[in-house]
Design a protein around this ligand. Sequence first.
Ligand SMILES: C[S@@+](CC[C@H](N)C(=O)[O-])C[C@H]1O[C@@H](n2cnc3c(N)ncnc32)[C@H](O)[C@@H]1O
Length: 222
Amino acid sequence: MAIDSIPTKGRTLDHAAFVYDFLEPVLLMGKQAEYDRKILSLLDPAPTDRVLDLGCGTGVLCSLIGARLDGASGGFAVGIDAAGKMIQVARKKRSGPSCRFEVMAAEHLSFEDGYFDAVVSSLFFHHIPLDLKAMALSEAFRVLKPGGKLVIADMHIPTTWMGSLVSHVSRWFFMQPQIGENIRGVLPDMIAAAGFEPPRRMADFFGYITVFLTTRPSIPMA
Ligand SMILES: C[S@@+](CC[C@H](N)C(=O)[O-])C[C@H]1O[C@@H](n2cnc3c(N)ncnc32)[C@H](O)[C@@H]1O
């Protein structure tokens, strides 16, 4: 059954949903497993954790996270994406007892405050403009528990000439100014401005993707 998309200023990928699983390994230069493993190792979820994946696409990373969680004890991963067709593919291929998918815009999350132990996003922030980046980060902050983790893997200031070439060609080929914002390096300051601890740079992939780790500060003891 077709699932409606959510209107958003973000660049959704309904048109690519049915080929995305073939495209992503190319974008990740055959190292998707290594890339996903790095993100998982930083998240390091406990079996009972609740984890939110922003802009989950067809749900590959979300299902790997779900496999580490114990649905019977309340642990689960939920992937959200504004593209109905992405969620359709994700549900069909990757739903499970500890993994589900919802159509939702990252800038307007319907979850209650402090609901999640961790929030993750991979290759999502270069799809949304600056105002939505700020809104999505402030929503991630709101739905995270104090002390909860945020892991963001996305395009950032390129670290190699090849990474620079890929970044600038994608920005102009896809006519995507949101990529331009990322490669100017806006993410770390925006993450901190949303209230998170200053993000730590944990890994770089292919000269154009950086993985950041931060936390929502814990509430100080009285
Ligand atoms: C490049 S894909 C990344 C998918 C997946 N996380 C991955 O690592 O392969 C970016 C995704 O963000 C989604 N998206 C764009 N704007 C969005 C928004 N405002 N809220 C939620 N998802 C959005 C797109 O539909 C697309 O599926």
